[in-house]
Design a binder for this molecule. Structure first.
Ligand code: C5P
Length: 222
């Protein structure tokens, strides 16, 4: 048994981008580095939690004491998350691709000489956070989503709380001038049904420690 305020609690974290294959050599991806999610997993483990970190492709080492499951696609992430249930808390930081190609070509798509580019037909990926938020039997006791937005941060975060059935949304401004996406710092607001809390610009490790502290407060009934 570990010591710490989250000892005996199971915490699930998702992190990183997903890669959605177009053909064997190409994929659709995004700029998520995974840093915020890895920092949260590390901080939860330091606080004594039993942590499962499900991550898309990133160039970060496993945090000490964390059970890391590495996946590539959104559908693989969904399956790994389902197998981690039930959990006390889930913190979903992954930048899951909203769409995947309808069919992974299986062979490298070549230029056909016609000058016309191939059409990529996209279909929607599962929404992992919403699936947990509306889970019939294993909804996490505390479900935290992230919302990376460039516009209308708070309105979008509030809408997401309801639509995805989560308890808190950590809203972060990813306008390019903030350097938040992929960078070492983050400026976040915690949006819940109780209101909005603004946090100062902090190193992602400090955002992680504060958030884990809030999660521990929640379970302590504070
Ligand atoms: O709707 P949007 O993608 O902005 O929502 C972001 C939140 O939803 C994040 O917590 C993200 O991890 C989660 N999400 C998810 N599965 C998706 C899309 C988003 O878990 N397919």
């Amino acid at each position: 048994q570990r010591a710490g305020r989250l000892a005996g609690r199971k915490v699930l974290v998702t992190a990183g981008p997903t890669h959605e294959p177009i053909d064997p050599v190409r994929y659709i991806a995004n700029r998520s580095s995974g840093r915020q999610g890895f920092a949260i997993a590390a901080a939860a483990a330091e606080e004594g939690a039993d942590v499962v970190l499900v991550s898309g492709p990133v160039s970060l080492a496993d945090p000490p004491g964390v059970n890391v499951v590495r996946v590539e696609t959104a559908r693989e992430m969904m399956a790994a998350v389902e197998s981690a249930l039930p959990v006390d808390a889930a913190v979903m930081t992954a930048a899951v691709a909203d769409w995947r190609t309808e069919a992974d070509s299986g062979h490298k798509i070549k230029k056909d000489g016609s000058g016309r580019p191939p059409a990529l037909v996209l279909v929607e990926n599962p929404d992992i956070l919403a699936t947990l938020g509306h889970h019939p039997s294993a909804r996490p006791k505390l479900l935290v989503g992230f919302a990376a937005e460039t516009d209308d941060l708070i309105a979008n975060a509030r809408a997401k709380l309801d639509r995805k059935g989560c308890d808190w949304i950590v809203a972060n401004d990813v306008n390019p001038e903030t350097g938040n996406m992929g960078g070492a710092f983050n400026t976040v607001r915690i949006v819940s049904r109780a209101g909005i809390e603004e946090w100062p610009r902090l190193a992602k490790e400090d955002v992680a420690r504060r958030l884990v502290g809030r999660i521990a407060d929640h379970f302590a009934g504070a």
